[in-house]
Design a protein around this ligand. Structure first.
Ligand SMILES: [Zn+2]
Ligand SMILES: [Zn+2]
Length: 243
């Protein structure tokens, strides 16, 4: 598997940046995880989005789904939803989300609810959804393909189930938004240090911190995370990460 990093910011982009978006490539299978602000143009630079095997959203917050209605325009222009062609869209059920209502009404998408415990096979990849602790319904994903394992936490704070769900990941892409001094139990995200503790407890080989807030200095995140795990880096747009 290869993970193309398209957008890493949250909840708003840095200058010329994009919020959450990652394209997973496994042979001919192309699976998009999250489609935040600025991600669709970067995805289009890699591949025609209508050729995606599936699109998975960790949750419906705008920094993970803002480009979805714009993708809808492209798919409609290509005749999606008018008999036959649709794009499979997997995301948590969330009645509070205006974006989800747009997606549910759009014939170009086949919207499928995902909840923790669900497993879906897309091409050679087995994708499982796990719990996340966030103010809206949210999940993280575990992708297994050819003996390799990718974990993507989406947005979450601490949860007892996380270490088990991400057990043995070769690459864990984790929400590490907060420096330790800004993190609190009731906040919606992990700190970089806690993401590294999670990676260590799960036995993850490599940790890549993402959902990077432009207002927090990345060198602090990296330093704090490296105290808890030996192999930590920061996600950066344009990276192609082997899994
Ligand atoms: Zn977010
Ligand atoms: Zn969120």
């Amino acid at each position: 598997m290869k993970l193309h990093v398209l957008g890493v910011s949250g909840p708003f982009p840095e200058s010329n940046g994009a919020t959450s978006g990652y394209l997973l490539q496994a042979d001919d299978t192309l699976i998009q995880f999250d489609l935040g602000s600025g991600v669709l143009s970067r995805l289009t630079a890699k591949t025609a989005p209508e050729g995606l095997s599936a699109l998975f959203l960790s949750h419906w917050h705008f920094d993970h789904a803002a480009d979805l209605p714009v993708l809808m325009y492209r798919l409609e222009a290509l005749g999606f939803g008018k008999g036959g062609k649709v794009l499979d869209l997997y995301a948590p059920a969330d009645d509070s989300s205006a974006l989800r209502r747009v997606a549910a009404a759009a014939a170009c998408f086949r919207l499928r609810d995902v909840a923790p415990g669900d497993t879906v096979q897309i091409g050679p990849c087995v994708i499982s959804a796990g719990e996340a602790r966030h103010p809206v319904p949210a999940v993280g994903f575990r992708v297994e393909c050819g003996g390799r394992v990718l974990g993507y936490t989406g947005d979450t704070n601490t949860l007892p189930s996380l270490a088990g769900f991400y057990r043995g990941c070769h690459l864990l892409l984790a929400d590490g938004l907060f420096p330790s001094e800004a993190w609190a139990e009731q906040k919606p995200h992990l700190s970089a240090a806690l993401a590294a503790s999670l990676a260590k407890e799960a036995g993850a080989e490599r940790l890549v911190l993402t959902h990077l807030n432009p207002f927090f200095p990345p060198e602090i995140l990296l330093r704090e995370a490296r105290e808890n795990h030996p192999d930590v880096s920061l996600a950066a747009p344009g990276q192609i990460l082997p899994v």
